[in-house]
Design a protein around this ligand. Structure first.
Ligand SMILES: Cc1ncc(COP(=O)(O)O)c(C=O)c1O
Length: 401
């Protein structure tokens, strides 16, 4: 079967896919339909934080599907309440709304922001950041501070202004009498793996408190252990009013969650928001298993392995001056700022058995599973070194880099 052709015929052509049909995954590895094996430093775009088919997650989801697969939110279900308890206990006091994706979790936060603004004298406008990414539904897209994604979808959602990331002065300039909330990623993922400065997030907290703006952190990509803390905000010591989660939460099953401090959560009452599948018992059971694995010892190991990967990448930066400009990120969310487009490198890495991707065209992004072993990190570093040498030292003319 020519799956590439079938896909072209049958699926909206909205994805620029890499030419691989994946059929199996285990731990840090995936296999294609021809049986070739790849070391996965992409992790389904920061979803497979526990690697592929983690036994605890598979067990929890399978066990729950045998007992009660779906009930709707018309009734109470135990895994959902337990999961909310776990999230609140490990983030900050508040309540949780469950949905199915990052964009939906962002939408919920935006609805809270609108209500927050309405309840504080019509201050319903929101500030988000240039180069941010918050998802593809119309409201999440409007929050996304990148013109290339928004182009051609006007009219977008009103009342959203963009400030420069890591620039408090720009936030002050973007603010108006109608501003009521700020949405920010502690580490911009799609924006090129750019961490917020500590002073910037702390300054945002002060600005929000002074002006009674709601501070919303989108940790869809950088949350859930990626940085070596369960939530990225914990390494900054700056707590948001609303925390947006998705991706890795369901252990590979679709899930979004919006955690809000009690006063903010109370703004959405019965009938104000809903999701048929949100907080489904199977996904919640999988998520409970994910959080159980992510205990303090596990998170420490992420920080340790992140340091090993970063050190190796910094050596590569030094070995290829002028090609790798910098190494950025935190924990196991790292990016190499290249001096030019990295698409051909991604292809060459794949041909050498390593999966990664490029964001912002020139940032090679590495998102290994948090369960990756030190030996796998060293293997990935060897492959990176080999491919950089082939491409940039032009040792092998066959790879078009
Ligand atoms: C920071 C951030 N927010 C929101 C989203 C949207 O998530 P989803 O694709 O699950 O809607 C993404 C997706 O990459 C993201 O990185």
């Amino acid at each position: 079967m020519n799956w590439f052709q079938r896909e072209k015929d049958l699926i909206f052509q909205t994805y620029r896919r890499q030419p691989l049909v994946l059929v199996k995954g285990r731990g840090s590895w995936v296999w294609d339909e021809k049986g070739a094996r790849y070391l996965d430093f992409f992790s389904g775009l920061a979803v497979n934080n526990l690697g592929h088919c983690h036994p605890a997650v598979v067990r929890a989801a399978a066990a729950q599907s045998r007992v009660l697969g779906h009930a709707s939110n018309v009734y109470y279900t135990v895994p959902q309440i337990r999961l909310a308890g776990e999230l609140v206990a490990r983030s900050f006091p508040g309540r949780v709304f469950f949905s199915n994706s990052g964009a939906e979790a962002v939408e919920c936060a935006l609805k809270i922001a609108r209500r927050w603004g309405a309840s504080t004298g019509g201050r319903t406008d929101v500030i988000s950041f240039q180069n941010s990414f918050h998802g593809r539904t119309l409201a999440a897209l409007t929050l996304t501070g990148q013109e290339k994604y928004r182009k051609g979808f006007d009219p977008l959602v009103p009342g959203i202004r963009y400030a420069a990331f890591n620039d408090l002065e720009s936030v002050r300039r973007a603010a108006t009498k109608k501003t009521g909330a700020v949405f920010v990623e502690p580490i911009q993922g799609e924006g090129g793996v750019v961490p917020a400065d500590g002073d910037f997030l702390a300054g945002l907290r002060v600005l929000c408190d002074r002006n009674r703006w709601l501070l919303v952190f989108d940790e869809v990509q950088c949350g859930l252990g990626r940085t070596g803390r369960l939530f990225a905000f914990q390494s900054y010591g700056v707590r948001p009013d609303v925390l947006v989660l998705a991706k890795a939460l369901g252990g590979g099953l679709p899930m979004g969650a919006t955690v809000a401090a009690r006063a903010a959560a109370a703004l959405l009452g019965a009938g104000d928001h809903a999701s048929t599948f949100g907080g489904n018992p199977v996904v919640c059971s999988a998520a409970l298993a994910v959080l159980k694995v992510m205990d303090p010892k596990f998170l420490k190991s992420v920080a340790r392995k992140g340091a090993i990967l970063r050190e190796g990448l910094e050596k590569l930066r030094d070995a290829f001056p002028g090609r790798i400009l910098s190494v950025r990120g935190a924990g196991l969310m790292l990016g190499l700022q290249l001096s030019g487009p990295g698409g051909a490198l991604v292809d060459a890495l794949r041909e050498e058995g390593l999966l990664a991707n490029c964001t912002q065209d020139t940032v090679l992004r590495l998102l290994p599973p948090l369960t990756v072993s030190e030996a796998e990190i060293r293997a990935a570093l060897r492959t990176l070194g080999k491919v950089f040498a082939i491409c940039w030292n032009n040792r092998l003319q066959t790879i078009p880099c």
